[in-house]
Every structure is written in structure tokens, then in C-alpha cells.
Design a protein around this ligand. Structure first.
Ligand SMILES: O=C(O)CCC(=O)C(=O)O
Ligand SMILES: [Fe+2]
Length: 345
């Protein structure tokens, strides 16, 4: 089902009546970007850290763990995070019902504006900077959730019937967790616990549910090209199909799915504000030939008008107005971490 002027959704290439045996050329990555090895590359010393936020943990010890994880990886799992675990299953379930049970024609009623990056709705080309860029093997639904003035539930799927209620509740819970984690990150650097939250100003939150259809040639494609997230922190959950990889010491490490845990990914604004003591995590998603994969990423960003600069001296990054950073990112494309590197002094 194709609508005139509408970019084609990956799911309609991969799964419907026109199912293909080979991927169309616009999805084929140049050799240097292809996943070299499709198995799980995790060795025990190559596992994303798991940090327990529960109970009465000694804050000093907790902050030491956070500091190590942020320094070594820029990403870590949190367990006992305070978000009800059934809610994690609910959002995965409503997401997969939308992508897998709703006919394409119905899904297309929620199409995002394909001419404007990060517009709300159902799309497939969020990170595509130019017409000749290689396409991601991914469809998604992007929701604007905070500030509340951006939250229009009427623009979100009506199916399944509890979709909107679940996403709204999930958004509220993610905001609380983001504030908690940003507080710990601030404390772990000797800053006041509210430092990053105050520097961020009004919190902007978007939730992207990504759906990666089965891919006939996973060795040639990426579900999502290598990038770092633009804002402060991303809270991500995935289903039980592995596919997310984080770059560590020049190697791609697959993040094992842990159904009750939430992955914290540091974004570029955290790298700037911490003056590079903590680095944003470069990550990507690979595809596979056996199962579709779903993830839910919740982004926490400042207002577009907000200037962000290092909290430590001498500054190693130039101050940047967040909206300018976002515009340049969407113009040039993510290309690994090139955008933040351009701010280095
Ligand atoms: O699907 C994933 O695991 C990664 C999603 C992601 O990195 C993003 O949406 O920015
Ligand atoms: Fe990301």
C-alpha cells in the first residue's frame, strides 16, 4: 500500500504481499558501515553495566558506579528503577499491536510530515539527511509528550484501545526516572543534584517506538545508522530480540535485552555540560532475518532556545544553543559523532 508522495514504510517491503528476498539498493550500507559479525559480541568484560537503583543504597557507592559506567560506556542499565515493570510490558505490547495488527492503510493515517525532521507520527526516515543517504531498515512512531502543551493524544493511534493511556502513563514515569538519573549524574560529578535539571530548563520529552521488520539480508543493512542522541539522556527499553549495539573502545557491543531493566544512554548535551568527562554513547541497531524487533526510546532534551555549555573550566566545548545543534544535526546527518566533535575547542 503506497500513498502518493509518501515515503514507503519498511514494513510494506518486508512483510506484505510484495515481500522481497533481497533488500532494495537504497537500504544497502557501504561495506565500512555493514555489521561485520551478526552474533552477540558480548564477552563478560564487555557487558553494559547494570546499576541497582533500589532500596536504601549508599549514595556515595551508587554515584561511584554511575561515574564508572558513564566514563567507561556512556550507557548503563538500571534495575529497581521505580517504574512499574508491567508498564514496560504494556508499552511494548501496545507498540507491537500497532505495528503488527493494524493494516498499513490505517497506520498511514498517522503519517508524520515527511518534510520536517522529528515531526510527530508514523514514519521511516527520521535520521535521513539527504536524498542519497542510505535508508534505515526501520519504521517508527514518534510522540511528543512533554511539555504537556505538546502532548496531543488525539494524534496518537486509537488502536489498541489502551494505546494512548499507556503511552501517557509511560511518559510520566520516564520523566520521573530521567530526573532521578540526571540528579545522580550531577551528584557523581560533585555538582548539586539539581544542576543538570536546572541547566536543562523546561524538559522536552519525545517517545519513539521503533519497529525493525525482519530483514532478508541483515549483513548488508542497519536498522538504525550509527549515531549519538542529541539531548541529555535517553531511556530505552527493547523487546527480547537483540539488535542494539553500543560502541566501546572501537568495537560494537550488543546490548543484551533485559526485560525489567531500562537502558540509560547519555546524549550529546550531557557530554557538553560535563565538559567531556562523560561521553555520549555512539550506538546503532542491526537487523536480523528471523524476528522483527521493537524498542521504545524516550528522549529528554532542553528547549530549542536553551544555551548549553560546560560546567567545568577550562571549557573543552563551545557553548551551543540547543536548537542550532539540532538543525545542524538534521542537515548533516548523524554520521557517528561528527556533530559534537565539531564543538570541540
Ligand atoms: O532501537 C534501538 O534500540 C535504538 C533506538 C535509537 O537509538 C534511537 O531511536 O535513537
Ligand atoms: Fe539513539
Amino acid at each position: 500500500m503506497e500513498v502518493a508522495g509518501e515515503p514507503i514504510r519498511v514494513q510494506s517491503i518486508a512483510q506484505e504481499d510484495r515481500k522481497v528476498e533481497v533488500v532494495p539498493p537504497e537500504y544497502i550500507q557501504p561495506p565500512e558501515n555493514r555489521p561485520s559479525k551478526l552474533g552477540n559480541m558480548n564477552a563478560t568484560d564487555h557487558k553494559i553495566p547494570m546499576i541497582d537503583l533500589g532500596g536504601d543504597r549508599d549514595v556515595k557507592l551508587l554515584c561511584e558506579e554511575i561515574r564508572r559506567a558513564c566514563t567507561d560506556w556512556g550507557a548503563f542499565h538500571v534495575a529497581n528503577h521505580g517504574v512499574p515493570v508491567p508498564l514496560l510490558d504494556e508499552i511494548r505490547n501496545v507498540g507491537s499491536s500497532f505495528f503488527e495488527e493494524l493494516p498499513m492503510a490505517e497506520k498511514l493515517r498517522y503519517s508524520c510530515d515527511s518534510n520536517s525532521p522529528a515531526s510527530e507520527g508514523y514514519g521511516s526516515r527520521m535520521l535521513v539527511a539527504s536524498d542519497d543517504a542510505v535508508l534505515d531498515w526501520r519504521d517508527y512512531f514518534d510522540h511528543h509528550t512533554f511539555p504537556l502543551s505538546r502532548r496531543h493524544l488525539s494524534r496518537w493511534p486509537h488502536f489498541p484501545p489502551n494505546y494512548r493511556e499507556v503511552v501517557a502513563e509511560y511518559s510520566d514515569q520516564m520523566k520521573l526516572l530521567a530526573e532521578k538519573v540526571l540528579g545522580l549524574i550531577s551528584t557523581s560529578l560533585g555538582l548539586s543534584s539539581s544542576f543538570i535539571e536546572e541547566a536543562m530548563g523546561e524538559l522536552y520529552q519525545n517517545i519513539t517506538i521503533s519497529y525493525y521488520p525482519i530483514c532478508p539480508q541483515p549483513e548488508l543493512t542497519l536498522g538504525l545508522q550509527s549515531h549519538s542522541d542529541m539531548g541529555f539522556i535517553t531511556l530505552l527499553i527493547q523487546d527480547n530480540v537483540a539488535g542494539l549495539q553500543v560502541s566501546k573502545d572501537g568495537e560494537w557491543v550488543t546490548v543484551d535485552p533485559v526485560s525489567h531493566a531500562i537502558l540509560v544512554i547519555l546524549g550529546d548535551q550531557t557530554e557538553i555540560i560535563t565538559n567531556g568527562i562523560y561521553k555520549s554513547a555512539q550506538h546503532r541497531a542491526i537487523t536480523n532475518a528471523n524476528s522483527a524487533r521493537l524498542s521504545v526510546a524516550t528522549f529528554h532534551d532542553p528547549a530549542k532556545t536553551m544555551p548549553v555549555s560546560p560546567a567545568f573550566k577550562p571549557p573543552r566545548y563551545r557553548q551551543v544553543v540547543y536548537g542550532d545543534y539540532v538543525s545542524s544535526w538534521y542537515t548533516k546527518g548523524p554520521n557517528g559523532k561528527r556533530n559534537i566533535d565539531a564543538l570541540l575547542i
